[in-house]
Ligand binder design. Structure first.
Ligand code: TXA
Ligand code: MG
Length: 352
């Protein structure tokens, strides 16, 4: 166990003295959790293999899952990657800084461990001011996976990071809840038609409107467990976002879903289980069970995305044995939400 320093930072105007303390830690090879606009990340100097190893250990991350490298200047792409296609430059111009990660051919600068020996590298420029200041002051690209224990829901507050990683990391910059709440979209730019490997904060529809042609990797939209033969994004094959409670997602037409969710809740409660229901504002009043929480109105997917991981963690805190979640519309940010929900439930999905 090490002592983890927690520093509160102003998210609009980050205090430079605090940022410098964190940047010094990064420069000397320590690991620091920091906010991005999507979720909190666990940062290390991406060019220092000894620092990057610490991230894998602290998170208990599977050793074949590569880490996203965060930059504060678009030009840094050209030192970290090679053969950057024009399509990637279009996306950088349109969506950076922001929740979009580009997979490109890597340069020799990047150590093997950061990209787990792949010949590609995932790069993003976050828009959060604390993140940008930290990267700038560290004067090095920062590799950062989400700052949770591997397999758990991603952290959208510093408290989530503390719950998972206190005593395992050197410091946490606490700038309050993150704005978007789901991770960045990961898009592979090394294939002829750019392919989304993980839906996230930048919706498919927006990428398509800029690029014309975009594919969705079958795993990114899978509604059942898909056997991965050779995943281009190895992270896709691991269990993710899972609360401690057993979870089931009910998908289909609104009225049928509501009926089915309550029916399941009754069955589980009859077995003596403590049942949580993850509802929306529209369905909330239809349910009775031990714990009922709303993600927000089904008409506002931005709010739903923002609340998702926090609510999954709250069910655990309130000791739910089972979580029954309603499926939501897979449009815009809804695609990222459904991707997370289905994985959180380990593809335990009921269609009606
Ligand atoms: O919003 C986010 O992306 C957050 C914040 C902290 O920036 N980070 C994040 O990192 O979600 P992580 O490690 O939890 O997810 C990284 C994803 C994984 O699915 C991983 O497999 C994929 O990016 N990835 C990383 N490097 C890759 C590469 N070279 N090729 C393909 N996929 C890659
Ligand atoms: Mg993660």
């Amino acid at each position: 166990m090490k002592r983890t320093i927690v520093m509160k930072v102003n998210t609009r105007e980050p205090e430079i003295d605090k940022i410098r303390v964190a940047a010094d830690l990064i420069r000397k090879g320590s690991i620091v959790a920091f906010p991005t606009e999507t979720v909190y990340g666990l940062g290390a100097d991406a060019l220092n293999p000894n620092a990057v190893i610490k991230v894998f250990k602290a998170k208990k991350r599977p050793p074949d899952n590569p880490i996203i490298v965060h930059i504060a200047n678009k030009e840094d792409v050209y030192t970290l990657a090679r053969n950057v296609p024009e399509t990637a430059e279009k996306l950088m111009a349109q969506f950076w800084p922001g929740p979009l990660t580009l997979v490109l051919k890597r340069s020799k600068l990047v150590p093997d461990i950061t990209v787990v020996g792949l010949d590609t590298i995932a790069i993003r420029m976050p828009s959060n001011k604390v993140a940008l200041a930290l990267i700038r002051e560290s004067m090095t690209p920062i590799s950062a996976p989400s700052a949770n224990l591997a397999g758990k829901p991603s952290p959208t507050t510093a408290e989530h990071v503390i719950n998972d990683l206190a005593g395992r990391i050197d410091a946490i910059l606490d700038a309050g809840p993150t704005k978007i709440g789901v991770e960045s979209t990961v898009i592979d730019m090394t294939v002829p038609i750019p392919q989304i490997l993980r839906p996230g904060g930048t919706p498919y529809e927006k990428l398509k409107s800029v690029l014309g042609e975009v594919e969705l990797h079958p795993i990114a939209v899978a509604d059942r467990r898909v056997r991965v033969i050779r995943a281009r994004s190895p992270g896709m094959k691991h269990r993710h976002y899972a609360p401690d409670a057993e979870m089931v997602v009910v998908e289909g037409k609104f009225n049928k879903v509501v009926r089915k969710v309550q029916e399941l809740a009754n069955l589980y409660m009859a077995e003596g289980k403590r049942v949580g229901i993850l509802a929306t504002d529209e369905s909330l009043s239809n349910y009775s069970s031990d714990i009922v929480k709303s993600l927000g109105t089904g008409k506002n997917l931005t709010i739903i995305a923002k609340n998702l991981f926090r609510l999954l963690r709250e069910f655990d805190k309130e000791k739910a044995d089972v979580i029954i979640a309603e499926g939501i519309s897979p449009e815009g940010l809804g695609l990222a939400v459904m991707n997370r929900l289905r994985r959180a439930a380990n593809f335990n999905i009921i269609r009606c």
